[in-house]
Design a protein around this ligand. Structure first.
Ligand SMILES: NC(=O)c1ccc[n+]([C@@H]2O[C@H](COP(=O)([O-])OP(=O)(O)OC[C@H]3O[C@@H](n4cnc5c(N)ncnc54)[C@H](O)[C@@H]3O)[C@@H](O)[C@H]2O)c1
Length: 351
């Protein structure tokens, strides 16, 4: 098992991570346990969790409906209500067992309930393992805008058991892998060289890959928890990616976060190339690699219109200027202010 030290908590990765959770629970003195899951993690992950941490048999289970469309304030009210009805107090612990929807929403509920109770994340998708469960960003979508309402509030521990990926669909594993590709391109050229050479998808499930991706994110978050500078690099692919995700969700079209981010990585890499930040060879490699893994996105006129509306709504913009995190050579990044509508249109036309 690897133990990655974060700001005030640790991330445990490996099959023994649930033993680490068991030890954490035995040592702590919580009055109540609340376990947040959705119908899929209830079915596929809860039995393993309870087997490894029998103390959680006494936990109150709060089961939510799965899906990004439920990551909203109505669902938060449902969870605040369940906590209140079951007599949760300041010394209660919330355990989030699920993908990024459960860890984002559960973290937000924990940060606001009675001005903040403790929570831990037990991520069960690749996306939540390598990204969403680490770093303290919590939140929900609001009026179709992704993560519009949220807090920065850190868990007391993150327990990552890759065995949970066995029941996850291949599409969802690819979804999480987009965040691995992103962090490799902006933070670790050697890692990017390694992954782009692997010609099977077996490494998507590898404990080593998951551990390294978490280490990279954790190093960045530890230096800049509140996203004043360095952490903004993690937004590579997300300015366009989040806008596409919001635009398609608004039209009730099927899209996963990572698929939208993969599209965003391509468009933002084209912009980086036009700005002479990355060469033609790197651009071709990035686009070719992503094209081979993710479905092509077809943009209707309506989607394109909404895409621009959401790009201009982005929390990362300041004084009406669009701020993008772009690769500056592979393995490095640059915060580029003043990206224009024309630059984005040009990149979309080249896609
Ligand atoms: N906080 C952050 O820093 C951060 C970073 C990246 C993404 N996110 C957020 O993460 C969310 C996406 O996360 P996600 O892709 O994990 O989505 P998700 O939570 O919706 O999970 C995807 C699907 O897989 C199911 N599932 C989960 N674990 C399973 C398992 N082990 N076996 C079978 N089915 C399982 C879920 O029920 C769901 O249907 C988005 O809302 C995004 O904004 C947050």
């Amino acid at each position: 098992m690897s133990v990655i030290k974060s700001t005030s908590y640790s991330v445990y990765v490996g099959e023994k991570s649930l033993d680490a959770l068991n030890a954490f629970l035995k040592k702590a003195s919580y009055t109540h346990y609340f376990l947040l899951c959705d119908e899929h993690t209830f079915e596929h992950c809860l039995p393993t969790l309870l087997f490894n941490c029998p103390i959680l048999n006494e936990a109150e289970i709060i089961e939510l409906e799965s899906g990004e469309q439920h990551k909203n304030m109505e669902t938060c009210m449902q969870v605040w209500g369940a906590l209140t009805d079951a007599g949760a107090d300041k010394k209660s612990l919330l355990l989030n067992l699920g993908g990024g929807v459960i860890t984002d929403l559960g973290g937000f509920v924990a940060s606001t309930f009675k001005r903040g109770i403790d929570f831990v994340n037990i991520p069960t998708t690749l996306l939540s393992m390598v990204d969403a469960s680490v770093g303290g960003k919590t939140g929900v979508d609001f009026e179709d805008i992704k993560n519009h309402i949220g807090t920065t509030y850190e868990p007391k521990g993150v327990f990552v058991n890759p065995v949970f990926l066995e029941s996850l669909s291949e599409r969802h594993v690819r979804n999480g892998y987009a965040e691995v590709v992103k962090i490799a391109i902006i933070a670790d050229a050697e890692f990017w060289n390694d992954i782009k050479q692997s010609d099977t998808t077996a490494h998507f499930y590898s404990e080593e890959l998951i551990t390294h991706a978490i280490e990279l994110k954790n190093t960045i978050v530890k230096k800049d928890l509140h996203e004043n500078d360095l952490r903004k690099s993690l937004n590579f692919g997300h300015s366009v990616g989040h806008a596409l995700e919001s635009a398609l969700l608004k039209q009730k079209k099927d899209i996963l976060h990572g698929e939208a981010v993969a599209f965003g990585i391509i468009i933002e890499s084209i912009i980086a190339h036009r700005l002479k930040l990355i060469g033609k060879k790197d651009l071709n490699e990035i686009c070719g690699y992503i094209d081979a893994i993710y479905p092509k996105i077809k943009l209707s006129a309506e989607t394109k219109k909404l895409l621009f509306e959401y790009i201009f709504h982005d929390k990362k913009n300041e004084d009406g200027l669009l701020n993008f995190a772009l690769p500056d050579g592979v393995g490095k990044y640059r915060l580029q202010s003043g990206i224009t509508e024309e630059q984005i249109s040009e990149a979309l036309a080249m896609y």
